[in-house]
Write a protein that binds this ligand. Structure first.
Ligand code: FAD
Length: 615
């Protein structure tokens, strides 16, 4: 196997710059009260530094770590996880560079920069080595929970150490009988005379549940205090360090969090997916997050946007890597004559990028990757603006926050579903070379599948969209987005280059509006089976509308740049091509697929369980 090829990570910095500065215009926030210590040069320097880390440090470990996975070693405290060689050095380097802390307050050692910039940084960190970046991502997520809800003492005890990479963090929700149904969790917390809680229970599938990268691991554990109500309302969030912390901040005694094993899985094989036992020896202590009981799910919910955006970015990262690998392969691999010469046995062989089907495949990948990147950066830019306007202009802040809420299930579900599909196309473009391990795209395919499952399966995302988000703020978030798209259609419908494509966008808005009305009707009539059955489809259609819009908006910017005499002809023309391709090949199908919903076919609801098969 050629390791050089397999480990090759590729990132398109020019495209990232386009999304940040020409689309999301994050430089508008480089002003007093915003990100006043930042400018375009510093932002681009961070991108360059991240790319270098991804190319030279974490990326080269990716294929080898996938082969090896995580190992187990004995220790006085039971089994411990051993991550692949090189992870520890990469971890130390990552935190030395501060790449995970761009949007963190200076108080905790962060750089107080834009979330939008962190999005593309995360894209590169994940794309280069998803497994490795999982440990950092979960640590960041756990630290964010502490920053948002921890007491001052909890923050001062944990935050600096976690954000500095000294201690890792995890999220412990899932149990054997509590997956999507988190409220079924049975992990128990028993209050002690001194006010602390003892924990008892088993959590499964815990990413980074154990590691050898840090001296401590801080678990965020959902558990039910004895006597608390059933369901999600009775869940509390506990901070449970693997090793207890002494009053002076030094590490104390082992806290009875034992590793029950690691899963052997399809992808992200070097991310340890752990079974964790709490309190096997009746000696596991935790403290209530923020000192409040029965608020666990509310606290988790408030952090959900960031976590779900993070999974969307994971999808983007692998989709982009798979696309760029396929593009590179298609330029190199010679096979057969061009279609014009297909009857001529002596015709020169051409690179497969010359074959129409490969070109179509590449353009589909390009359009989807750029569209998903646009949504991810846009959401983070809305987050940045919501923060900026808070206390200055509440209406604007509410608008931006509303867009975040509306778009998060879209980036999570569409980003993750399409990552798998884009990776699948990349395998196809490689032919047999894609199916064997040498080129890394089969790893992208395997690694990306989990994104549609964890952090709320994509069906949960679609139900979040149709049942909560469409009606949020009285439907104002949705109306604002639809209004923005319609205004774009009005402005560009007569454009000589983009007009035809823009017309399909206009028709798509109409189709999606019709589908929204249909969902409202079904909800009103109590046809909940139809709502649930068509929710995924609706999410996909709405995602395509948003992608189509953002690609066309990018194309309009590209057209203006070309008209203004830009010398980056290929780059901007590429933007126009991906937008027109998506608008002409995907958007026209949204109407037909929305129309299918009108037929209210309930075959899947009425078929008996026995009728599916007799096997
Ligand atoms: C590699 C990996 C890493 C993970 N990391 C973590 C972690 O760090 N922390 C953590 O707590 N968990 C983690 N998980 C667990 C993950 O979040 C769960 O697997 C996920 O929530 C789904 O739960 P489940 O596996 O029990 O599937 P189930 O909930 O059993 O779902 C099975 C299927 O049924 C569908 N379904 C379930 N309920 C409904 C319903 N009411 N209506 C319609 N459809 C429904 C689902 O959409 C899914 O398609 C991880 C899992 C894996 C595999």
């Amino acid at each position: 196997m050629s390791n050089t090829l397999r480990n090759r990570y590729r990132a398109d910095l020019r495209e990232m710059e386009f999304q940040l500065f020409e689309m999301a215009k994050i430089d508008e926030l480089f002003v007093p009260g915003g990100f006043e210590n930042w400018n375009k040069e510093t932002s681009l320097a961070v991108l360059e530094q991240t790319r270098q880390f991804a190319y030279e440090v974490s990326g080269p470990l990716n294929g080898y770590a996938d082969e090896l996975g995580c190992q187990l070693a004995d220790s006085p405290e039971g089994k411990r996880v051993v991550t692949p060689k090189g992870f520890k050095e990469a971890w130390d380097k990552l935190f030395e560079l501060g790449l995970t802390n761009i949007a963190v307050d200076a108080e905790y050692g962060g750089l107080e920069g834009p979330h939008a910039l962190q999005v593309v940084v995360e894209e590169m960190l994940t794309g280069a080595n998803t497994s490795f970046n999982m440990y950092a991502g979960l640590t960041f997520g756990a630290a964010e929970m502490l920053a948002a809800f921890g007491t001052p003492t909890q923050k001062s005890t944990f935050l600096g150490n976690m954000l500095g990479g000294k201690w890792a963090g995890t999220m412990c929700l899932t149990e054997p009988n509590a997956g999507s149904d988190v409220g079924a969790a049975t992990t128990k917390a028993v209050k002690q005379a001194d006010g602390r809680y003892k924990l008892y229970g088993t959590k499964i599938y815990i990413s980074g549940g154990d590691n050898d990268l840090t001296e401590n691991i801080v678990h965020m554990v959902l558990a039910r205090i004895e006597g608390a109500p059933a369901g999600t309302k009775g869940l509390s969030l506990f901070i449970v360090p693997r090793v207890r912390i002494n009053a002076d901040g030094t590490l104390g005694k082992f806290n009875d969090v034992t590793l029950g094993g690691i899963e052997h899985k399809m992808g992200i094989r070097a991310s340890a997916t752990c079974v964790l036992n709490f309190g096997e020896s009746d000696d596991c202590y935790g403290e209530l997050m923020g000192g409040v009981a029965n608020e666990g799910i509310k606290q988790m919910f408030r952090m959900m946007n960031t976590a779900r955006l993070a999974v969307g970015i994971q999808g983007l990262a692998l989709a982009s890597n798979a696309y760029l690998a396929a593009l590179s392969y298609a330029k190199d691999r010679k096979q057969g004559p061009s279609i014009e010469n297909f009857k001529d046995a002596n015709a020169p062989k051409v690179a497969i990028i010359q074959h129409p089907d490969i070109r179509r495949s590449l353009l589909e990948m390009k359009a989807k990757v750029e569209g998903i990147r646009s949504i991810a950066v846009l959401i983070a830019a809305h987050q940045d603006r919501a923060h900026f306007y808070q206390g200055k202009d509440d209406e604007k802040a509410a608008f931006h926050q509303g867009q975040v809420e509306l778009l998060v299930p879209i980036v999570k579900a569409y980003g993750s579903d399409q990552a798998f599909r884009v990776a699948e196309i990349a395998v196809q473009v490689h032919g047999g070379a894609g199916y064997i391990k040498d080129y890394g795209v089969e790893q992208d395919l395997r690694d990306s599948k989990i994104f549609s499952i964890y952090e709320g399966t994509n069906h949960i995302q679609s139900m979040d969209l149709v049942a909560r988000k469409l009606g949020q703020r009285g439907g104002m978030n949705l109306m604002a987005l639809a209004g923005e798209i319609q205004a774009f259609v009005e402005e560009h419908k007569d454009d000589a280059t983009l007009g035809g494509a823009v017309a399909t966008l206009g028709a798509s808005v109409e189709a999606i509006n019709g589908a929204v009305m249909r969902f409202m009707g079904w909800s009103g009539e109590g046809k909940l089976g139809l709502v649930s059955m068509f929710a995924n489809r609706f999410l996909e259609l709405m995602s395509e509308l948003v992608v189509g819009y953002l690609l066309l908006k990018g194309a309009a910017i590209a057209k203006a740049a070309l008209a203004g005499g830009s010398t980056e002809k290929a780059f901007y023309e590429g933007k126009i091509h991906s937008a027109v391709w998506f608008a002409r090949n995907i958007l026209p199908t949204t109407g037909a697929r929305a129309e299918v919903m009108a037929q209210e076919d309930d075959s899947a609801l009425t078929i008996s369980d026995e009728a599916f098969a007799s096997a």
